[in-house]
Each structure stands twice: as C-alpha cells, then as structure tokens.
Design a protein around this ligand. Structure first.
Ligand code: AMP
Length: 487
C-alpha cells in the first residue's frame, strides 16, 4: 500500500516504512539506547527523517526534533537541556554538533536525500521488527515550545497523549485510508509531526510529501490530494497563486488551518476562489489539538470551533470561576491528550496546572452560547492601558477588515501615562498606501477610544516564526521607546 510519494517521484509503501524504521531501530538498539533515552534530531524534512522518527517510536526512545533554522546558541541550549543519548544532524552541522554534544552523546548524520552515517550504519544493522512495549504514560516525544515568549520549555508528550489525540482527530475529520494528505508542514512541530503524520498513519492513508511549503508546488500537487493542513500564512500565500482555483481543488475534501489565527478575510477569499471553507482548529505543543470547527456543520470564521471528543475545556476569570458565554477569560483544558509536564522543570509544571488538574493554556478567549471557542490573544499579549483590558485580537480583526490593510499585529508598549499603550504594525495591501492618520480615524469610528492604536506603523512584513506565529516579543522590543520622551 502506498504511504508516501515525493514530488520527484520517489514512492514508499507501508511495507517500506516497516523495513526502513525497523532497520534504524536495530541500529539504535545496537548503539545501546534504552527506554526513555532522548534522540535529538535536526535534519531536513525527508522520508528518511520519518523513518528515524518511527524508529524511535518502535524502539521506545524519545524523539526530540529541532527546528532546522536553529543556530549555535539555540542548539547548544537544547542539547544541554535535553541531554540526549544520540544526536542526528545534517552532515554540514557535524562540527558544530560535535562541539556542543553533552557527555556520552553519540552523533550520526542524515542529509536531505537520506544519506549520511545514520543511513550507512543502519544499512549494516539487523532490523528490529518487534515494537517495544511502552505504557500509555511513558514519554514518546520531547517537544520544546516554539518560544515566541521566553526560553523554550520541553513538553514531555506520552504515547497515550498521541494515541488519544489522533483518534479524536480521525473521528472528527473522518480520515480514512482513501485520504491523501498534502504534507507541506515541517516535522519538528506538533502540527506536521503528530497531526499530519499521525492522522495519515493511524488511518492507513497516504501522503504527498513536500520537503517544504512552496505555493506553486502545492498548487501543482493539490489535484492528487484530498486533505491539506497548513498554517494561515500558507493559505494567504496560496491566494497569490493564479493557479489556485476550483479545478485545482477538484479532489480536495478538506483544508485545515491552525497554529496561528486565520483571518476571516483569508477564510472568505479562499472560499470564494476554491469553494472550500477552511476548517480552523486550535491546539498547542503541550496538549495536542483541543478544538476544531466541525467537518459537517458551521465552520465559523474567527472561531476555533468546538472541543474535540475527550477534551474538557473551560474559560475562567481571575478568581478561577467559570465565565458565562461571551465573557473573555483564561482557557483551561484537561483530557488524555494533555501532557504531564515540562522536562526537568517541576516548578513550571506545577504553575501550569490548576489544583483540579486543568492545564492553563495561556490563551484568552470566550465560548459562545452554542459552544464555539473564539481566542482573543495570549495572556502575555493582553494589554492593560489606563487600567482597561485590550485584547489584541479584537483590534487586529478590525484593522484587517479596513480597506488597504493586508494584515496587522497589535501589541502593548510602555506609556508614561497609561502604563501601556496600544500600537499596531500594519502591512498594506499591494498597490495601496494607507496612512497612519486615516487608519486611526477609521478605528475611532469602530472601537472604544482606549482600544484604538495610538500609533500605527506601516511595515513590509510582520515578524513571524516558522509556524507563522507573529513574534510579538520582536514588535514589543521594536516599539518599546515610542512614548519614552513624553512628559
Ligand atoms: P505551539 O505550542 O507552537 O503549537 O503554539 C500554541 C499556541 O498557538 C496556542 O497556545 C495559541 O496561542 C496558538 N494557536 C494555535 N492554533 C491557533 C488558532 N487556530 N488560532 C489562534 N491561535 C492559535
């Protein structure tokens, strides 16, 4: 049965997956890895990287993937923190890794074509076909939070977390063996790793496996696929491709978006062009997926939908009391999908859970009377200006709806009078040049004065991390001194 094809025509079956991953698992066993040992992996996305991940799952080792954009300092921190027994890197990074390896850690290499010392050694190893027995609460993946705020923390994700979440997603999105996923996401993040791969493997489906997101390659691949998963930036970029139309999407049944907010404008434009309402879902590294707009039923733009089966979700006020429908508060969750804690950070773990065992997501939002969750920002993004709360998302949604505005990001910066002041970075639609004064005037008509940005900075691009999340820490630093010399 076909599992994975690449745009260059390589094809791998489920039987190939078994053979390749068993071979690498044999090598890892021969190297002396034991239960719970971490395998830190910074390699290009490739079929061989998938076999390596599955070899870790097969052998019961803990897979620890790194963003391939990380450089010296970031790699040094993560290796020192995770203390792996084995690291696998691109051959070009070998010297750097060698310098940074923790004591006793071995090093192997794997390049984008599946070559390197890992492949050489695995070729000489006898395969380990049996799958190690691991309890549901034993760790399967160590995944660091993407760190748009502060130092990354390692979330320990168990076999049980993965299994329960994938089962809920397959049920909700009705994944079957006839599906073919357009896999353009990276493998070092929850989205591409356990949502994308997980749904495919657990339903016996197949994947068209792109090494990275390239809008033209995605449009070319769409006719051969039934489902696509992406971050909102992917969908915004696809809309700039003239080839994106109903014909290209003729075999598609589902477009899924997550990891960052999907703007209602992109939702509407995509629907107009392709006939598809993008299904938005919400999740995070620590919890896997939490909510989804329904497959059958209303997909509400701006909302992240309803809790997945098995996920308990509540919105609470500062005193912990559950908010009424429509009232904004902190989102808390529990379920078999929620991780048990941060790697070697008992204090941070304790802070992250409520006394009755709910995980504090750090997201703010509200639930509608009919159960749909809408996010309004991260608690760290909440702006308090003159004692009044401003949820950046509310302001961003209105800014994005203004004529001439392509996208926006709103942050709070220090202000001598108000404590914090609302400022916005705005990207103009191509061919337009909206002015700051005009935007502020338009916002004043739509919003209470204290929520209207005091300054609007026109920018070419918003700073985003590789998952499409706007890096608000960068914006806060950039505009920190805006009001510094006011009396
Ligand atoms: P990560 O752990 O990198 O997956 O980041 C998780 C965070 O991404 C969540 O806590 C949310 O703040 C944000 N996020 C994920 N999905 C969405 C979504 N559909 N809309 C808005 N924010 C999202």
């Amino acid at each position: 049965m076909n599992l994975l094809t690449t745009p260059t025509g390589e094809a791998f079956s489920y039987a190939d997956m078994e053979t390749e991953s068993a071979r690498i698992a044999g090598l890892l066993a021969r190297l002396g890895l034991g239960p719970g040992d971490r395998v830190t992996v910074q390699v290009a996305k490739s079929p061989a990287a998938v076999w390596l991940y599955l070899a870790c799952r097969r052998g019961g080792y803990v897979f620890h993937p790194l963003n391939d954009a990380y450089r010296g300092e970031e790699i040094a921190f993560l290796l020192a923190d995770a203390k792996p027994a084995l690291a696998v890197c691109d051959p070009q990074r070998k010297a750097l890794f060698r310098e940074l390896l923790p004591h006793g850690c071995r090093l192997l290499t794997l390049d984008a074509h599946g070559h390197g010392s890992l492949a050489d050694a695995a070729g000489k190893s006898s395969p380990q076909p049996e799958v190690a027995r691991r309890a549901a609460d034993e760790p399967a993946i160590l995944l660091y939070t993407s760190g748009t705020t502060g130092r990354p923390k390692g979330a320990i994700i168990s076999h049980g977390n993965l299994a329960s979440n994938v089962a809920a997603l397959i049920e909700t999105w009705e994944f079957t063996a006839s599906d073919r996923l357009l896999h353009a996401l990276p493998l070092y993040h929850a989205h591409g790793l356990f949502v994308g791969l997980g749904c495919t493997l657990a339903s016996g489906a197949s994947m068209l496996f792109l090494p990275k997101f390239d809008p033209a390659a995605v449009v070319a691949a769409l006719p051969d696929c039934t489902v696509m998963m992406g971050v909102p930036t992917y969908y915004a970029r696809l809309l700039r491709e003239p080839g994106l139309d109903r014909e290209a999407c003729r075999n598609m049944r589902l477009f899924i978006s997550g990891s960052a907010p999907l703007s209602p404008e992109v939702f509407a434009a995509f629907r107009k062009r392709t006939g598809h309402a993008i299904l938005e879902r919400y999740g995070m590294t620590e919890t896997g997926m939490l909510t989804s707009n329904p497959l059958r039923g209303e997909r509400r733009p701006g909302s992240v939908g309803l809790p997945l089966p098995g996920v308990a979700l509540r919105v609470v006020g500062p005193d912990g009391s559950v908010r009424r429908p429509g009232e904004i508060g902190a989102v808390e969750v529990s379920g078999a999908n929620v991780f048990s804690g941060y790697w070697q950070q008992a204090g941070k773990t304790a802070e992250a859970f409520t006394p009755d065992g709910y995980f504090r997501t750090g997201d703010q939002g509200y639930i509608s009377a009919d159960g749909y969750l809408t996010l309004s920002g991260r608690s760290t993004d909440l702006i308090i200006t003159g004692g009044l709360n401003v949820y950046p998302r509310e302001v961003e949604l209105l800014l994005d709806g203004l004529q001439g505005v392509a996208e926006s990001a709103v942050v709070g910066v220090p202000h001598p009078d108000f404590g914090e002041a609302v400022v916005a970075a705005v990207v103009a639609e191509p061919g337009t040049a909206p002015a700051e004064a005009g935007i502020i005037a338009a916002m004043k008509e739509r919003l209470a004065g204290f929520k209207v940005p005091k300054r609007v900075f026109m920018v070419n691009d918003l700073p985003r991390n590789s998952m499409g999340k706007v890096e608000k820490t960068v914006l806060r630093a950039r505009y920190r001194d805006t009001f510094a010399d006011r009396p």
